[in-house]
Design a protein around this ligand. Structure first.
Ligand code: GMT
Length: 378
């Protein structure tokens, strides 16, 4: 199949899922065309099965806001025609589903029918998409998609509760290539982060308010009072500065490393002992799954799709949003002795195996077949 994938090319979870999906589909023999404004961060190699088409928006001084959707829909029309694509798969509803629908309609004028699959990832529904300024357009473009997927049952329920949706929604979870995440570290790499007696606690995100970064620091502060440990913060975002201030106020600055965005998350996870994800909202929690696949137990909030990923008492623990004391107590329990930590590490990896790439990618292929069959019958 020739598939056009539209996504955000940055470090966000939806872009990572879209990119890994494209790579996995190409490995299965599909021809993949990424169409976005920058080469996706996790897309290292282009090949005859993987192409990248850059969307550029000409800057014009009259426009206060440059019309990206317009440039994207025009680019989609050009790429679909030139490479004779069979299907468009757009990730994150805003504005991708809207631009995709416009492209579909323009192509129809030329007698070309192309189905569009929309994958809902999270904040496109629970935060941004739900804003009254966007809601009518988001509802419209979801309903006009030929097939819709959401990354968890929880996100599907949220979508049906918040929007007037006439379309069926298939749940296709995030997935992980466990082999790729099974890196081992050298003592020298770990030693750059912590000494042998210290446990390593990690958080990876785009450091937005929805991730409750202050809770990460508060939980770690309680951990380090009981157990020698270091906190590694990976990512860039608006909450970084307040977090840096908070660790200085608490006098734990030398125990917290802010690494910024990193291409080496797998390596960092391979020597981590615990992952903290206390988010306000989290439709799935790809970061938690990535940690678990590296054998890192997770302390998370019990919100959104997280209970579908993190198994309470097995791969880690789930707590009410903001329950810093509870999270810290369970973190200390996991990190307290080597035997308990070893058990949680093994269990985390076992649970992650449920979401292996080879189990999940066929679910997307089935959705593509369904969308294609539907568009032929129309
Ligand atoms: O908030 C993020 O982490 C980025 C965001 C995105 O769409 O780029 O992630 C969302 O999609 C991921 C991939 O499907 C999910 O694993 C994340 O849980 C989800 N984030 C939220 O719902 C906050």
């Amino acid at each position: 199949m020739k598939i056009g994938i539209v996504c955000y090319p940055t470090f966000g979870g939806s872009g990572v899922v879209a990119t890994e999906l494209g790579i996995a589909l190409a490995e299965k023999g599909h021809e993949i065309h990424f169409i976005t404004y920058k080469q996706p961060v996790r897309l290292e190699l282009l090949s005859h099965h993987i192409h990248f088409h850059e969307v550029s928006v000409p800057q014009y001084p009259l426009f206060q806001y440059q019309p990206y959707e317009l440039a994207l829909s025009s680019k989609l029309v050009t790429v679909v025609k030139e490479f004779k694509l069979d299907l468009l798969h757009v990730h994150y509803a805003i504005p991708h589903a809207y631009a995709g629908y416009m492209a579909k309609k323009m192509l129809e004028e030329e007698g070309i029918r192309i189905p569009m699959v929309t994958t809902l990832h999270g904040t496109d529904i629970t935060l941004v998409g739900n804003h009254p300024f966007y809601k009518p357009a988001v509802t419209f473009s979801i309903n006009k998609s030929d097939a819709v997927t959401s990354v968890s049952q929880s996100l599907k329920d949220d979508t049906l509760r918040l929007f007037d949706i006439k379309q069926e929604i298939d749940v296709v979870p995030n997935f992980i290539d466990i082999e790729k995440h099974s890196l081992t570290y050298t003592d020298c790499q770990r030693a750059m982060m912590a000494n042998e007696q210290e446990r390593i606690v990690t958080h990876v995100s785009n450091l937005r308010p929805v991730k409750r970064i202050q809770d990460v620091i508060e939980v770690f502060d309680r951990i380090q009072k009981k157990i020698p440990s270091k906190l590694i913060m990976v990512g860039e975002g608006p909450e970084k500065e307040p977090a840096e201030r908070l660790v200085t106020e608490k006098g734990i600055a030398e125990k917290v490393l802010f690494l910024g965005n990193s291409d080496e998350v797998n390596k960092i996870l391979s020597f981590s002992d615990l992952f903290i994800l206390p988010s306000e909202k989290e439709s799935f929690g790809l970061a938690a799954l990535e940690a678990m696949s590296s054998g890192v137990p997770v302390i998370s909030s019990n919100t959104g799709g997280l209970p579908e990923v993190n198994e309470h008492g097995v791969s880690g623990y789930l707590h009410d949003i903001g329950d810093i004391e509870g999270m810290a107590a369970h973190a200390i329990h996991i990190l307290g002795d080597d035997k308990t930590l070893h058990e949680f590490k093994q269990n985390a990896k076992k649970v992650a195996y449920r979401f292996e790439t080879k189990n999940v990618v066929p679910l997307y292929e089935a959705v593509y077949e369904k969308a294609l069959a539907l568009s032929v019958s129309m």
